[in-house]
Design a protein around this ligand. Sequence first.
Ligand code: PGA
Length: 247
Amino acid sequence: MLVIANWKAYVEDLGKAKKLAALAKRLSRGTKHALVLAPPAPFLGALAGKNASAVRFSAQDVSATAGGARTGEATAQAYAAAGASYAIIGHSERRAAGDTNAVVATKMAHALAHGLAPILCVGEPERDSEGRYLAFVREEVAAAVEPLSPKERGSVIVAYEPLWAIGKTAAAAADAEDLAEMAAYIRKVLAELLPGKRAERSVILYGGSVEPANIRALAAGSGIDGFLVGHASVEPATFAALVAALA
Ligand code: PGA
């Protein structure tokens, strides 16, 4: 499985960042799962330079613009040069800060143009009994994937992150049954957008209060290929327990 540690802005100290990266490197040697770290931008270059052989790195976001006179922007090209292999795009915390589906689509294109595998985050704010949440997720996937070329579409990773499950505790996360339904639905939507049978091999992740207590149950039989983990990825003992629980 693919486990992406989304450090968000929880890690603000280079010493802590280095300790977590060293831990991930150690853990990666003892597990068959692939570990990816998404540190805050200022730490990515320093960490990726030393550790990229054992763990891979992801941007938490990329700029919607190319380089130039754009103070404060961190472009996909700069992230790739610093050692990132992936980019989280359209995280709900970026969407809340103003990223529309159109902005997300532009960021997808920038990431792909510079060799970053985009981790497209989608997820409904709430569940309703009429199934409108499915149409909401479909729209987020389609808006981001439709503008891409057939070849680019094949490298999109989709992270299902329902807003109602983010930043809580394991008890509030989606359950394996919800997840199986949603993973199958996202794969169906991708099958309409990707050439041939490519969607069968698309990587689908889940994020939203993944903790050591629920990761195993969520992995088993839900049809997903990995996790995007926030708060449980920034405390060394918790992250170690999480990877151990998955094994
Ligand atoms: P959480 O965050 O694990 O803290 O719920 C997940 C995410 O937002 O990527």
